[in-house]
Design a protein around this ligand. Structure first.
Ligand SMILES: [Zn+2]
Length: 305
């Protein structure tokens, strides 16, 4: 498996940081941000090394698609297999990179189908030092939502990092097609701020955004963005509410139309929280995720602890 990567080795010793983009082939801001990082990181002022993977999932990228022709979602295929399908081989190659790293950042967006509020997340792993490092990296990244979620999810780059005990964060920003300059800038700055915070560069560490929202939710499926509000049937979806709207049970999130009869099914919230993901690609099949609502388990009393 030829996993193309850019290796920047600093003048001074320090941690090995791995930054992944393009795990999903239709998420473009991360790919653009990694190119800027390759230009901006200065070897002379770098402690340790940075490995950039600009397009982790090249088969999916070439299809303008989240997934490759083998229909496997790379972010559900870790640790992969050296002799499996192309997606399984990519997962295996990235797992080996993760095992050789000291820190990881995995950059995503909502892709063509979804829009996601800018957020940075991590798994609530059992190792206290690793968890603390992840909290610190997430804070340094500088996005408005910080979301710690279940360590029990499998198949992710985060699962491979958990098993190798490599402190790791992931980020989400926007989506819905195209490559927005704001997202590219936020991701470039976020990675540089994590590097500064980890003393990999001499840049000053930035202050956390004043109005940021920090939620840690250890329920088993927390952080699984595809399980929420599955479409009850196929149709043409039109979201009602904007991202970041505060919602309550009963609020209409969107309508699923039969495009030929205009008959509509109203998709309503069953939760209290903030709308952080919404479907923006209208054609929908039964079971497709239509929305994600960020609940605060401290308010709902739903935490496992
Ligand atoms: Zn993704």
């Amino acid at each position: 498996m030829d996993l193309k990567q850019i290796e920047i080795v600093g003048r001074h010793p320090g941690p090995r940081l791995l930054i992944l983009a393009g795990v999903h082939g239709d998420e473009y801001e991360p790919i653009a941000a990694v190119r800027r990082l390759a230009d901006q990181i200065d070897r002379e002022d770098l402690n340790g090394s940075v490995t950039l993977v600009p397009i982790a999932n090249q088969p999916a990228y070439r299809r303008h698609s989240r997934i490759g022709a083998d229909k496997l979602d790379l972010a559900r295929t870790f640790p992969g297999s050296p002799n499996g399908t192309p997606t399984e081989q990519i997962a295996h190659a990235i797992t080996k990179l993760i095992q050789q790293s000291d820190l990881m950042i995995d950059l995503h967006t909502g892709g063509l189908a979804m829009e996601i509020s800018p957020l940075v997340g991590y798994m609530l792993v059992s190792d206290p030092a690793t968890l603390q490092k992840q909290r610190q990296m997430a804070t340094a990244f500088g996005l408005p939502i910080v979301w710690g979620t279940s360590a029990k999810l499998e198949g992710r780059s985060l699962s491979a990092a958990r098993d190798a005990n490599v402190p790791t964060i992931y980020a989400e920003w926007g989506g819905g097609g195209g490559c927005q300059a704001d997202g590219v800038a936020a991701y470039t700055t976020g990675c540089l701020q994590v590097m500064a915070d980890c003393k990999m560069t001499s840049a000053p560490t930035a202050a956390a955004p004043a109005d940021r929202c920090v939620i840690e939710d250890d329920r088993d499926t927390s952080g699984h963005l595809q399980l929420n509000y599955p479409a009850p049937h196929g149709g043409f979806y039109e979201p009602t509410l904007a991202l970041d709207t505060d919602v309550r049970p009963g609020d209409e999130l969107g309508r699923l139309f039969d495009p030929f009869t205009s008959q509509a099914t109203s998709i309503r919230s069953t939760q209290t929280g903030r709308l952080i993901t919404r479907r923006v690609l209208p054609p929908v099949e039964a079971g497709d995720c239509l929305a994600v609502i960020l609940e605060d388990p401290a308010e709902t009393g739903a935490n496992n602890e």
